[in-house]
Design a protein around this ligand. Structure first.
Ligand SMILES: C[S@@+](CC[C@H](N)C(=O)[O-])C[C@H]1O[C@@H](n2cnc3c(N)ncnc32)[C@H](O)[C@@H]1O
Length: 295
C-alpha cells in the first residue's frame, strides 16, 4: 500500500496528539498513526490507493493546520522499502573480508537443501558483523535464538574468546543437523550447545544472573518481545543484544501491515528506543539490525 510520513517538531507532541480527532481519519480502508516522541509528533498515513491516501493527508493536515505546518513525504510502497539501495547493499557485501570456504559451502548447501527457506540465512556482511561484535565484547557466554542451518552461529562461535560457549536455540532438528556438519568442519562444534526446543523455554531455564556477553535474536518475530525480556536482564553491563529484521522489509513502517509479527516488531522497536536499561542503535544493515548495549 502507498504510505506517506510526516514529522512535526514539537516538545509537546502529547498535546498535539490529544487535539486530533481520531474518528474520521481512516477513510476508504486507510489509516494514520501518530507516534509521540520527546521532540516530535510522527505521522504515518497509509491507504489502498493514492486518492484515499491524499484524502487522509488532507484530513489530518486540516486538523493540525494552524499549530503546525505539515510536510508529507511523497507516497511510497510501504512493503517495498529497503534500508539500503540494492546496488549499495551489493557493494557493501563485496567490500567485507570475504567469506571462507566453509561459509561459502554452508550457503550453497543451504540453498540446495532448503530452497526458498534459504532466504532466512544471514548474509555474509551481517555474519562478519556478528563475528566482529562478539570479538569486540570479548564474549565468553553467548546465546542465539534462531539457528536455521547455523551460519550466524558459526560466525558468533568464531568470535568467542578462549573457552567461550554459544547456546544456540532452535526448534528444527533437520536444519540443526546441517548446521552441526559445518560447525564440525569449521572446528567450532565443541563451543556450541544446540538446544532443540521452543526458545522461550530454553531462555527461561537459564540462570537469572547477568552473565551473558552477547545475544543474537533471529527467530519467530512475534516472539521477539518475550525473547528481549528474557535476555536483557541476563546481559552483564556492557553486554549486547542484537535483533535481526527489525525493519521487516519496510512493513514495520506501514500501519496497513497489522499482523502479530508486524505489531510485535513495531512495538519492540519503540520499546527498545525508550528502554532505560540499554543504549541502542538501529543500523540499516540488510533488513535492519538493532544493537542494544546493557548499561
Ligand atoms: C531466520 S531463521 C534463522 C537464520 C539464522 N540466524 C541463520 O543465519 O541462518 C529463523 C529460525 O528460527 C527458528 N524458530 C522459529 N520459531 C522458533 C521458536 N519458537 N524457538 C526457537 N527457534 C524458532 C526457525 O526454526 C528458524 O530456523
Amino acid at each position: 500500500m502507498p504510505i506517506s510520513t510526516a514529522r512535526i517538531a514539537t516538545d509537546r507532541a502529547d498535546l498535539l496528539r490529544a487535539a486530533l480527532l481520531v474518528d474520521g481519519l481512516a477513510p476508504a480502508g486507510g489509516a494514520c498513526t501518530f507516534t509521540v516522541t520527546a521532540d516530535a509528533l510522527e505521522l504515518t498515513a497509509t491507504a489502498p490507493d493514492l486518492g484515499s491516501l491524499e484524502e487522509i493527508r488532507r484530513t489530518v493536515t486540516r486538523q493540525l493546520d494552524g499549530p503546525s505546518i505539515i510536510e508529507w513525504s511523497s507516497p511510497y510502497g510501504g512493503d517495498s522499502v529497503e534500508t539500503t539501495h540494492p546496488v549499495a547493499a551489493e557493494y557493501v557485501l563485496a567490500h567485507c573480508t570475504p567469506a571462507d570456504q566453509v561459509l561459502r559451502d554452508l550457503e550453497a548447501e543451504t540453498r540446495a537443501l532448503t530452497g526458498g527457506a534459504s532466504r532466512m540465512q544471514v548474509s555474509h556482511d551481517e555474519g562478519a558483523f556478528l563475528t566482529m561484535l562478539t570479538r569486540l565484547v570479548g564474549a565468553r557466554r553467548a546465546v542465539e535464538v534462531g539457528v536455521f542451518t547455523g551460519y550466524s552461529s558459526l560466525c558468533i562461535a568464531r568470535g568467542l574468546a578462549d573457552g567461550g560457549r554459544l547456546l544456540a536455540c532452535d526448534v528444527n532438528e533437520e536444519w540443526g543437523a546441517i548446521a552441526r556438519r559445518h560447525w564440525e568442519r569449521a572446528g567450532v562444534a565443541d563451543r556450541i550447545d544446540l538446544v532443540i526446543a521452543p526458545a522461550l523455554q530454553t531462555l527461561r531455564a537459564l540462570p537469572a544472573e547477568p552473565e551473558l556477553d552477547l545475544a543474537f535474536v533471529d527467530a519467530d518475530k512475534a516472539g521477539y518481545p518475550a525473547y528481549y525480556e528474557e535476555l536483557v536482564p541476563r546481559l552483564r553491563p556492557g553486554g549486547l543484544i542484537v535483533l535481526d529484521n527489525v525493519f521487516l522489509g519496510g512493513r514495520v513502517l506501514d500501519p496497513a501491515f497489522d499482523g502479530a509479527d508486524h505489531r510485535a516488531v513495531r512495538e519492540l522497536n519503540a520499546f527498545v528506543a525508550a528502554d532505560p536499561r540499554v543504549e541502542a542503535v538501529m543500523l540499516p544493515l540488510r533488513d535492519g539490525v538493532t544493537v542494544a548495549r546493557r548499561r
